[in-house]
Write a protein that binds this ligand. Structure first.
Ligand SMILES: [Fe+2]
Length: 233
């Protein structure tokens, strides 16, 4: 298991770092980690965090268009207050999809886990989908197989707003537009019912996977004070 504080990117303007995020997340080989964590300036509040998220998404969409000829669209947007431990998993989404999470400052400590399951599958001569069918760490000893491919972030500036972008894909490696996904999970050893831990969650995918026009939902996502609701799905 590796602890990788060096993977944290400190930033004052997430969109300025979009190219670095794109390189890390939209990877076509295994030299990049498949995810990016940005730590925003101290004092960055919830509305500003969400603004950074949408501006970064727009820039990533431009870069995706330049590379693969189509932009990225939102599939879901929501805000949640949760302190559950989650085992390593992919979120339910198309085979080419990307998760952007905006963590608000909290006093609840957590460990954030990423497992490079596509690399593990590649080393075993399997497709990512085949690996998950046979060794899904939600249900089997797959977690043990992923031990060599696990990164854990602890003490990752939970007092600051953070943006995490995760490649949630499991497309066949030789298919058009395929990039290499990773699994994610989190462990919270000491939940605190008196504290909040708000995560702004958006899922995006190439336009061919989009099912509705998200424009009005983006405005709602940026301005709402509601929590624990799916704004668009
Ligand atoms: Fe998830």
């Amino acid at each position: 298991m590796k602890t990788a504080a060096s993977l944290l990117m400190e930033t004052n303007d997430a969109s300025q770092d979009a190219e670095a995020v794109f390189k890390r997340v939209f990877r076509t080989d295994y030299t990049q980690p498949g995810f990016a964590v940005m730590v925003l300036a101290a004092g960055t509040g919830s509305y500003e965090l969400r603004h950074h998220m949408t501006v970064l998404k727009a820039r990533l969409s431009e870069l995706h268009t330049a590379r693969w000829g189509e932009g990225l669209e939102y599939l879901s947007m929501g805000r949640f207050d949760q302190q559950n431990t989650t085992r390593l998993h992919l979120d339910g989404a198309p085979e080419r999809s990307f998760l952007m999470l905006g963590y608000e400052p909290t006093r609840v400590r957590s460990d954030f886990h990423i497992a490079d399951f596509t690399r593990c599958a590649h080393d075993l001569g399997m497709s990512p989908a085949e690996f998950l069918r046979q060794h899904n760490p939600m249900f089997s000893s797959g977690a043990e197989m992923l031990r060599q491919h696990l990164i854990t972030l602890s003490d990752w500036h939970e007092d600051r707003s953070r943006i995490v972008v995760i490649n949630n894909s499991m497309a066949a490696p030789d298919s058009f537009g395929s990039t290499h996904g990773v699994l994610h999970g989190a462990s919270i050893s000491c939940p605190d019912p008196t504290a909040s831990r708000v995560i702004n969650s958006t899922m995006m995918a190439p336009a061919r996977f989009a099912t509705c026009d998200p424009a009005m939902h983006v405005q709602q996502f940026l301005s709402t004070d509601a929590i624990s609701g799916q704004i668009l799905s």
